[in-house]
Design a protein around this ligand. Structure first.
Ligand SMILES: [Zn+2]
Length: 333
């Protein structure tokens, strides 16, 4: 009997990036939306990208099928079912509010639809969840502020704010004001930084936005002082190895800096980012780095423990999950 997947938390997951071709076609039919692809196979073939921007173009185009609360609930439920099979015990899920409100879908529709699936997840899938509202960094600071104000009636559903989309030319400091408001409202803060953008963006995310975690952060390795800072403060980094290859952040998985980041004492985690597009869910990413980097079982356990250490969990729940990691692969008592 093969071992079940190691228990893990997924901390870098865009719910819109879990839209598989099957569900995209089903929702298109339900909502009478015309997709510019003749078949699921033709759409699947389009899931191949030159860089972050070419991925984002398709990603935003496909969102047209998401219109109602039911659509968002179905999207989240489909992800949670897959996540359960991949050993995910806790998921912190991003959504891109502006990508939906720009299409005329209200923020409450998005949040209530997602929340319906998330609320059912503990009993249905044995998965605890948090919701993270991301600002699109290629939109204006004013748009982020307006989004935050529109979300105020729903803030009890939201654990944190994040920052995503096209990184280069959109430094974290652009969003100083909205992050200050989020912190004032008691929310946690995360931000994509150091994926395609320079180490300076990671510094800004830490020192200007005051983030609790950095999403990606692979380019931090270019700056020794930054590596030292991240190590001393144990700032979690949510790495997404298969995403990095598909978006050409690195050429081959064997070149991924994950091992040197661990060796530098960084609190790194492994996540799937946009798994429908990048070729794998959470445990697929664990398996891919295990094979490409030759990671042993103890290193995989460290990565799993890190995912719970970095999660926005209360200490008691965190301890329960860490015990599950320790018990994984041990003979039952
Ligand atoms: Zn991401």
């Amino acid at each position: 009997m093969s071992l079940p997947p190691i228990p893990k938390a997924e901390l870098h997951l865009h719910i819109e990036g879990t839209l598989e071709p099957e569900l995209a076609f089903a929702l298109a039919a339900r909502n009478g939306v015309e997709l510019p692809y003749a078949s699921q196979d033709e759409l699947r073939a389009a899931y191949s990208f030159a860089d972050l921007q070419s991925f984002l173009d398709l990603y935003y185009a496909l969102m047209a099928v998401l219109r109602t609360e039911d659509d968002f609930a179905d999207l989240a439920d489909a992800y949670l079912a897959r996540a359960q099979a991949q050993g995910v015990r806790h998921a912190e899920i991003f959504f891109d509010s502006q990508a939906h409100t720009a299409r005329g879908v209200e923020i409450g529709t998005v949040i209530e639809g997602l929340t319906r699936a998330l609320d059912a997840a503990p009993s249905k899938y044995g998965i605890s969840t948090r919701l993270i509202m991301c600002f699109l960094r290629d939109e204006s600071a004013e748009s982020a502020l307006a989004t935050f104000e529109a979300a105020r009636p729903h803030l009890h559903r939201i654990a944190a704010v994040g920052l995503d989309s096209a990184e280069v030319g959109n430094p974290p400091s652009k969003f100083r004001e909205v992050y200050a408001l989020a912190r004032e409202a008691g929310l946690k803060c995360v931000a994509h930084a150091g994926e395609e953008g320079p180490p300076a963006y990671v510094w800004e995310a830490l020192d200007v936005l005051g983030v609790d975690r950095i999403d990606h952060g692979v380019r931090a390795m270019e700056d020794d002082a930054l590596v030292a800072r991240l190590a001393v403060d144990q700032v979690p980094l949510t790495l997404c190895p298969l995403s990095n290859v598909r978006l050409r952040v690195i050429d081959r998985l064997a070149d991924h800096p994950l091992r040197s980041m661990l060796d530098a004492g960084l609190l790194v985690t492994v996540n799937s980012d946009d798994p429908a597009y990048f070729g794998g869910y959470a445990d697929d990413n664990f398996a891919a780095v295990r094979d490409a980097l030759g990671l042993d079982a103890e290193t995989l356990r460290i990565l799993a423990r890190n995912s719970f250490r970095a999660a926005f969990l209360d200490d008691e729940t965190r301890e329960l999950y860490l015990k599950e990691v320790d018990a994984h692969g041990q003979p039952a008592a």
